[in-house]
Design a protein around this ligand. Structure first.
Ligand SMILES: [Zn+2]
Length: 344
């Protein structure tokens, strides 16, 4: 199975646009459902010189060869340095950027202003687009405003609200839904992921995130966080802050702060479900411990802390002291229990 099996209807829509491509498409949807991979597949199919009847790239022509080696002259992938697979040992001494830099966008200028090498389309894939700050996005805007007819920008985002409205308005929007549960499950089983049901639940039905968690670095964070949060009012905020801070910093690739807040938000969503008598959706393995904690918080307290978590999520991008950030976060988490201890 490949990524198209998960997103057949979106793929058909994309393929139908081949003959009348706009100059920019914005693919949006939940994290970990395969948007970037789908965008990459589409770019490959556009650049391939002998696409298959299914419109996918042939994988064997000259263009496909260049794409595999990462040196197709009419293709550019723009992503944060931290996501780059080809970073060398010496690079790793410097902390890789989690942002797309303005220099990466400026470097596109020459690429966009010479004719295409293979007399076809030229593709710029930007993922994730929300990794551009305001000045970087403004630098890109210049290119989006003066499109050359043979260039396609493919932007991918799971946080569309964080894109400049001027960027959004210059792109045709392609929403990508979360794939059907059975389809994702079959896909994961075929990919050899153990406990596929559990990971799929934890990720809210996002199969690629489930693969990543099933065998990746973020799993350590999720397990550590779930263990701590399950302690409820017995959680020690300072010790937990130290432990989680260590986890996010000890990874070969640092885990962004926002991921911790996102997992906390899922935990809180599950607590809210339990509070109203519905089975948890994400942390199904911890539902017993969670049930115990839920008895000790009020619905109002839970909603108030969930709103606070949303604010944390919006502000955790700024450079800040992660240890202090976690201390405040977990102090507030335990305060939710203390103040409402005698309610049910
Ligand atoms: Zn090909």
């Amino acid at each position: 199975m490949n990524i198209i099996d998960l997103h057949e209807s979106v793929w058909r829509q994309l393929v139908e646009r081949r003959g009348r491509l706009p100059h920019a498409l914005l693919l949006t949807g939940a994290r970990g459902i395969g948007k970037s991979m789908l965008a990459r597949c589409f770019a490959e199919s556009l650049l391939c010189e002998a696409p298959l009847p299914t419109s996918t790239a042939c994988g064997s022509c000259l263009a496909c060869g260049w794409l595999k080696q990462g040196n197709h002259p009419d293709f550019r992938l723009i992503q944060p340095e931290a996501m780059d697979d080809e970073r060398t040992e010496t690079d790793s001494k410097k902390k890789p950027s989690q942002q797309i830099t303005i220099d990466q966008i400026r470097a596109l200028d020459d690429f966009l202003h010479v004719g295409t090498h293979r007399h076809g389309v030229r593709v710029v894939l930007i993922a994730p687009a929300e990794a551009m700050n305001r000045s970087t996005a403004n630098a890109l805007l210049k290119s989006l405003e003066e499109p050359s007819s043979d260039t396609l920008f493919l932007l991918v985002s799971d946080d569309m609200e964080r894109l400049l409205p001027t960027i959004r308005s210059r792109c045709q929007h392609v929403p990508i839904p979360v794939p059907a549960h059975d389809c994702s499950l079959a896909w994961l089983v075929q990919a050899g992921v153990k406990d596929a049901e559990r990971w799929l639940a934890l990720t809210g039905g996002a199969p690629l995130l489930a693969v990543e968690l099933g065998g990746g670095d973020e799993r350590v964070l999720v397990d550590a966080l779930a263990t701590e949060l399950a302690k409820g009012r017995h959680l020690d905020p300072l010790a937990t802050a130290a432990a989680i801070d260590k986890v996010i910093k000890s990874e070969k690739r640092p885990v962004p702060l926002k991921r911790v807040v996102e997992w906390l938000q899922k935990w809180l969503a599950d607590m809210l479900l339990l509070k109203v008598g519905v089975a948890p959706r994400y942390f199904t393995a911890q539902s017993a411990a969670m049930q115990e904690s839920v008895r000790l918080v009020s619905l109002a307290g839970l909603l108030a802390f969930s709103r606070k978590a949303l604010q944390y999520r919006q502000h955790c991008e700024q450079p800040l002291n992660s240890r202090l950030f976690f201390e405040e976060l977990f102090l507030n988490y335990t305060a939710m229990f203390r103040t409402d201890r005698d309610c049910n």
